[in-house]
Design a protein around this ligand. Structure first.
Ligand SMILES: NC(=O)c1ccc[n+]([C@@H]2O[C@H](COP(=O)([O-])OP(=O)(O)OC[C@H]3O[C@@H](n4cnc5c(N)ncnc54)[C@H](O)[C@@H]3O)[C@@H](O)[C@H]2O)c1
Length: 418
């Protein structure tokens, strides 16, 4: 470790464990492995990258890849509960990366860590949830060098589009979340599996035979619902979009209002990107012993403040399992403080899906440094990048697919079949 590295991590002595975890994740990240070998060590030379991401072993592999291409990286946590302290230590000690993140940090510390990254006046930004991008927009002096930014998640993309709608966007942003190689896999299969992993690690309950309410049938919600069904749960979906609700019905789920579902379920999972999806009237109708967890980006989907207000006693009965005894005597259990349960109670998405999301991050940053005059607006990931990642992933999995013949290309491009 060079002496000048700035950082705030729990304990550098954890680095050795972190290294093992990072190497283990890399086994399942063949696309990032190809990019690591293929891309020039000068691609990001003299560039400062400011990142605000969950500090996990998969993120570490992305950061190492960026560093191998010449970037100087400053990394802050994108959630107070998601940092793997051993991984953070390893990035500092073994890779000279400036990391600011400690699992369980306070909201104040979390904001201070984001500020530490912004202070470096980065050239490129990688964000997950848009907290760093929002900070740069509220403190524009730190954004003067920004060439472009990428955003990892649905909620972050929505925030960026809101900034753009108000005419306040200061630099171009690519919405990595909206690439097909991201949301079709990361949100659906990644969240679908890791959310249940988080609930199981925290509670060790049997899913089979339980009634589970999944709020939101978007890319995350449908992955969660499908896996729960496969494990023998009776799944009820709640939605506000008629199209998504109809899809859920035709996928074989019961769909009803949350107020109606409230008294029937054993477990509630939110994945909407919205606020106060589960609030007072729903808490009051819940069964004794109901378990609540959130998979959406921010800890606003479950109205925890109100739950606290209507409780007479609150205690932690297991790590990250809080028991709320309501004034009526009923008990409700909240996982991971209402924050992302897959990162709070488990290890986040499997490396194999993050491989694609982070390859998309890497290639989107490459797009910014390889193209001039990119307009200051929101951009989708260029479709060539999406196609390339899918092909690389298939190659990594040893799967070969057919190619269009010249005859087929001509047929598909024609309209007059006589
Ligand atoms: N846990 C993770 O690791 C992880 C991974 C990816 C995305 N996310 C986050 O999960 C959230 C959902 O992402 P997505 O990609 O599924 O979004 P999405 O937009 O595809 O789906 C969200 C769904 O929720 C529905 N909804 C909104 N308000 C609702 C309400 N009050 N009641 C019921 N349904 C409601 C919407 O109609 C929509 O169908 C976002 O916050 C996203 O950032 C988390």
């Amino acid at each position: 470790m060079s002496e000048k590295i700035l950082y705030d991590v729990k304990d550098l002595r954890l680095a050795c464990e972190g290294k093992k975890r990072i190497d283990w994740a890399f086994r399942e990240m063949p696309v990032l492995g190809i990019l690591r070998k293929r891309e020039s060590p000068k691609l990001f030379k003299n560039l400062v990258i400011g990142a605000c991401l969950h500090i996990t072993s998969e993120t570490a592999n992305l950061i190492i890849c960026l560093r191998n291409c010449g970037a100087k990286v400053f990394l802050a946590a994108s959630n107070p509960l998601s940092t793997q302290d051993d991984v953070a230590a390893c990035l500092v000690k073994d890779y000279d990366v400036s990391v600011f993140g400690i699992r369980g940090e306070t909201k104040e510390k979390y904001n201070e860590h984001i500020k530490q990254v912004a202070l470096r006046k980065p050239h490129l930004i990688i964000d997950d949830g848009a907290d760093l991008i929002a900070y740069l927009h509220n403190n524009p002096d730190f954004s003067i060098n920004v060439i472009g930014a990428t955003e990892e998640t649905t909620t972050g993309v929505r925030r960026i589009k809101n900034i753009e709608r108000q005419g306040k966007l200061l630099f171009p942003v690519i919405g990595v979340n909206n690439a097909q190689t991201k949301y079709l896999f990361d949100n659906r299969y990644g969240t679908g599996q890791s959310t249940i992993d988080g609930i199981l690690r925290a509670t060790n309950i049997l899913i089979a035979g339980k009634t589970v309410v999944v709020c939101g049938y978007g890319w995350c919600g449908r992955g969660i619902a499908k896996n729960l069904k496969g494990m023998g749960a009776r799944v009820i979906v709640t939605e506000v979009s008629p199209i998504r609700a109809l899809e859920a019905v035709m996928d074989g789920f019961q769909v009803m209002k949350i107020e109606q579902a409230a008294s029937t379920a054993d477990i509630f999972i939110t994945a909407t990107g919205n606020a106060r999806v589960i609030s007072r009237s729903v808490f009051l109708k819940m069964k004794d012993g109901a378990i609540i967890a959130n998979a959406g980006h921010f800890n606003v989907e479950i109205d925890v403040l109100t739950l606290e207000k209507i409780s007479k006693k609150i205690s932690e009965v297991k790590p990250l399992v809080k028991e709320f005894i309501l004034t009526t005597g009923k008990k409700i259990y909240l996982l991971a403080e209402g924050r992302l349960v897959n990162l709070g109670c488990a290890e986040g998405h499997p490396s194999s899906v993050m491989d694609m999301s982070f390859a998309c991050q890497f290639l989107s940053l490459k797009y910014f440094v390889s193209n001039n005059d990119i307009p200051i607006k929101y951009h989708d990931v260029p479709s060539e990048i999406d196609q390339e990642i899918a092909l690389l992933k298939l190659t990594g999995m040893g799967v070969d697919i057919d190619k269009l013949t010249e005859f087929q290309k001509k047929y598909l491009d024609s309209w007059n079949f006589d």
